[in-house]
Ligand binder design. Structure first.
Ligand SMILES: NC(=O)c1ccc[n+]([C@@H]2O[C@H](COP(=O)([O-])OP(=O)(O)OC[C@H]3O[C@@H](n4cnc5c(N)ncnc54)[C@H](OP(=O)(O)O)[C@@H]3O)[C@@H](O)[C@H]2O)c1
Length: 296
């Protein structure tokens, strides 16, 4: 297939591209600057512009755009940027898919769609939750609506991607190495996770599996609480984790809203759609995923 990827330079895109090429797909990258390579096409999402001919012969678009959710404290401007950098590119790509009758659009979203579900397990049939990130995910997904009549639209509700470098693990690993890692608060809150291998493997599976459309929970099959995650990361790094992190300390560092939505609460989400479609996870437990990620 000829696959066009937006947000290609990020954590997921940089692993996905070689994986797809290795699998025999032709990959084009949408870049937000002048194109410099034969596989690059220029676009400007806020202006709604795309280089002429970019969509010719494209079988699928994969949209991975968005400024980092946890890269900076959530000021009003930052929250607007988090939302706009997801909604605008999704609208532009959905309109392009509709205009060119592109068969498939795979669009990023987040597992925070469900908000905090405490002990209640949620699959893709659960409604949107409350909070800033849930609202962002709702609007992000709705931004693909122009493509729904013409195109198979897949919405990737992804949990924290566990990769050897970058992402959440990139931030936590130095703390754990200094023995400053510990469960957060009660540790009973859920931390939805997926290994980078499975994020990439499942996107590739969804690209080829024409029967799946709509929301897909991109999380490992066994949900983990923060305490379980902490123990598994400490064990993978061979570091003790004796000291719990008090929520007020975390709120002081991250800001209260980000701390609450990203770390102090989380959905207990399961990957029902992937399971039913027959996707075989490479990493089924958080311990397995963390050992694979930090052992590289
Ligand atoms: N990694 C995770 O744990 C995780 C979890 C849940 C959801 N997701 C979502 O999945 C998507 C991909 O994740 P990722 O980890 O690969 O993200 P990432 O490393 O932060 O990369 C996102 C990419 O988005 C593009 N981008 C940055 N600012 C932008 C802007 N203002 N407007 C449009 N595009 C912009 C950039 O690509 P270009 O410079 O090439 O355009 C950037 O490399 C994101 O939407 C993310 O929110 C990720």
């Amino acid at each position: 297939m000829r696959v066009m990827i937006a947000g290609a330079s990020g954590l997921i895109g940089t692993s996905l591209i070689p994986h797809l090429r290795h699998g025999g797909h032709e990959v084009l990258r949408l870049v937000r600057r002048e194109s410099r390579a034969p596989d690059e096409r220029t676009w400007d999402p806020p202006a709604g512009r795309m280089q002429d001919g970019s969509m010719d012969g494209v079988d699928a678009i994969i949209n991975l755009c968005g400024v980092g959710i946890a890269d900076r404290r959530w000021s009003g401007d930052r929250k607007q940027a988090i939302k706009d950098s997801r909604v605008e590119p999704s609208e532009v790509l959905a309109a392009a898919a509709a205009a060119h009758r592109t068969p498939t659009l795979i669009n990023a979203s987040g597992i925070n769609f469900y908000g905090d579900t405490q002990d209640r397990e949620v699959d893709e049939t659960a409604p949107v939750g409350t909070g800033f990130l849930a609202e962002v995910c709702r609007d992000w997904e709705a931004a693909t609506s122009a493509a729904q009549p013409t195109t198979r639209v897949v919405l990737l509700r992804t949990g924290a991607v566990l990769s050897p470098s970058g992402g959440m693990l990139g931030k936590l690993r130095p703390l754990f190495s200094l023995m400053l890692g510990g469960r957060i608060g009660s540790g009973r809150q859920y931390m939805p996770w997926i290994s980078l291998d499975d994020e990439v493997g499942a996107i590739s599976f969804l690209l080829e599996n024409q029967d799946v459309s709509g929301p897909v929970n991109m999380v490992g099959p066994q949900p983990a609480t923060n305490a379980e995650f902490t123990e598994a990361l400490g064990s993978a790094l061979r570091r003790p984790t004796p000291f719990p992190v008090p929520p007020p300390a975390l709120k002081a560092v991250l800001g209260a809203e980000m701390a609450r939505e990203l770390v102090l609460t989380g959905p207990r989400a399961v990957p029902s759609v992937l399971d039913k479609a027959g996707y075989r996870f490479q990493h089924r437990t958080v311990a397995d995923a963390l050992t694979a990620a930090v052992g590289r």
